[in-house]
Write a protein that binds this ligand. Structure first.
Ligand SMILES: [Zn+2]
Length: 226
């Protein structure tokens, strides 16, 4: 039988802070004509458009509550019905729980769709901690440096602007980085299990250069959407 309609791809990107998820998602958007949807963006757009799900979300948020999975899914469903979602979507930050993953499956199933691939950007935790903990920037021009991987040519002097004032973010330390990774793994484990069971889990090493990670991702996405 000949396919007459293109089923939009549904991709889920999983990756800890610092793994380059945002950068990679933007490159995938360009390469495949996909649209990246984060929960925050979805909510903001639905609220400003004043859709019924958006208004429901607005009243919950104004009351200081958490928007329910049902409302988020209703907003996602509306968004996916828009004409710009031809090639498909990349979900970032949703689902976060096994219950949300199951609800997303059910929603897609109603439309005769399913998750094309859940891609985990895998990092080496210790290397990631080292990467984050050593970061500092020039206070004058914002140029980024690293204690071991990208030192200034002349100690204490910015290569770019000659400035001598540098700053570190308070949360760029090993302890905070380790906590964040721990929280990420705890939160993601059920999702990894969920998508593994569905046979759509893909993993790629996210520690290499941006271009090689991007190339590996393109291969995965091309296969998942073929
Ligand atoms: Zn500088």
């Amino acid at each position: 039988m000949v396919e007459t309609t293109i089923t939009p791809a549904v991709l889920i990107l999983l990756g800890p802070p610092g793994a380059g998820k945002g950068t990679q998602a933007r490159m995938l958007e360009k390469a495949f004509g996909l649209i990246q949807l984060s929960t925050g963006d979805l909510l903001r757009a639905a609220v400003s458009e004043g859709t019924s799900a958006g208004l429901a979300a607005k009243s919950v948020m104004e009351a200081g509550g958490l928007v329910s999975d049902g409302i988020v899914l209703a907003i996602l469903k509306d968004r996916m019905a828009k004409p710009d979602v031809k090639a498909g979507i990349i979900l970032d930050g949703f689902p976060r729980t096994d219950a949300q993953a199951a609800a997303l499956d059910a929603l897609l199933n109603e439309e005769g769709q399913k998750v094309s691939a859940a891609i985990s950007l895998d990092v080496d935790d210790e290397a990631m901690i080292d990467r984050i903990a050593g970061r500092f920037t020039c206070a004058g021009c914002g140029e980024g440096y690293h204690d071991t991987h990208k030192q200034t040519a002349k100690a204490g002097v910015c290569d770019k602007c000659g400035g001598t004032d540098f700053k570190r973010r308070a949360d760029d330390n090993a302890e905070t980085a380790r906590e964040r990774l721990k929280a990420y793994h705890a939160q993601t484990a059920p999702l990894i299990a969920h998508y593994s069971k569905l046979g759509v889990l893909e993993a790629t090493d996210a520690m290499g250069p941006i271009a090689s990670v991007a190339s590996a991702l393109r291969t995965i996405v091309a296969r998942a959407t073929a």
